[in-house]
Design a protein around this ligand. Structure first.
Ligand code: CA
Length: 229
């Protein structure tokens, strides 16, 4: 059964969401604070975290960062709930690694639809940690990429870039975000570096007809289109 961890300090909202989730055939774990959520995550691995922005002590964004920085948890999808409709807050949440956000007040059917959409997006992930788009399979354990049974030769940077994009399909990342998330503290900080690696990655995927799955989004950045492969 699909299990959702709902982090929210307001009991009536937790009750409402638990009811909506159970009607949708999903199970709910709950936590009233970031600390409680961390306790739950030490023993359970939910399929998705639904995270309220406004929590006592520290904000939901702190938990989001904790999840994204924790190797064992980082691929769990997170939907942020926020009463703050301002663009800066939404951008902050998405940049911190939220997969989607829902603005309060929300209707239960809308929330369930968003949860299902995010779960569909991440469904391409294998149980054993392999990631796939169509016939392209990346195995983080062996660091191998295979398409239609043939190995796809990739340099270490292109591998990391593809790995990151496959973990977050259909989401648009700016060059700056990709530098942060893929290159991290490496020396290269020029945004052009990203363009060069995207070009190399597309070239490596082209013989398999998959170069189109890395899409340029004008004025925004890049994304991996999981439906296009
Ligand atoms: Ca709250």
């Amino acid at each position: 059964m699909t299990t959702i961890l709902f982090v929210e300090d307001e009991a009536p909202i937790r009750d409402m969401v638990r009811f909506a989730l159970s009607r949708a055939g999903m199970d709910m774990l709950e936590a009233g604070s970031v600390r409680e959520a961390q306790d739950v995550l030490r023993v359970r691995r939910p399929d998705l975290v639904l995270l309220d922005w406004m929590l006592p002590e520290c904000s939901g964004i702190a938990l989001l960062r904790y999840i994204r920085q924790n190797e064992a948890l980082s691929d769990i999808p997170v939907i942020l709930l926020t009463a703050l409709a301002q663009e800066t807050q939404r951008v902050q949440g998405l940049e911190a690694g939220a997969d989607d956000y829902v603005v309060k007040p929300f209707s239960p059917p809308e929330l369930i639809a968003r949860i299902r959409a995010v779960l569909r997006r991440v469904a391409g992930r294998d149980m054993d940690g392999r990631l796939r788009v169509g016939e392209l399979v990346l195995d983080p354990a062996t660091r191998q990429v295979v398409c239609k049974g043939s190995p796809v030769p990739l340099g270490p940077t292109e591998f990391r870039l593809l790995h990151f994009l496959l973990q977050n399909p259909n989401r648009v990342y700016s060059r700056g975000q990709l530098l942060d998330r893929v290159w991290g503290d490496d020396v290269a900080r020029e945004e052009r570096t990203v363009d060069v690696s995207v070009r190399r990655l597309r070239k490596a995927l082209a013989p398999f007809g998959l170069d189109g799955c890395i899409e340029t989004v004008r004025g925004a950045g890049y994304r991996l289109v999981s439906g296009g492969a």
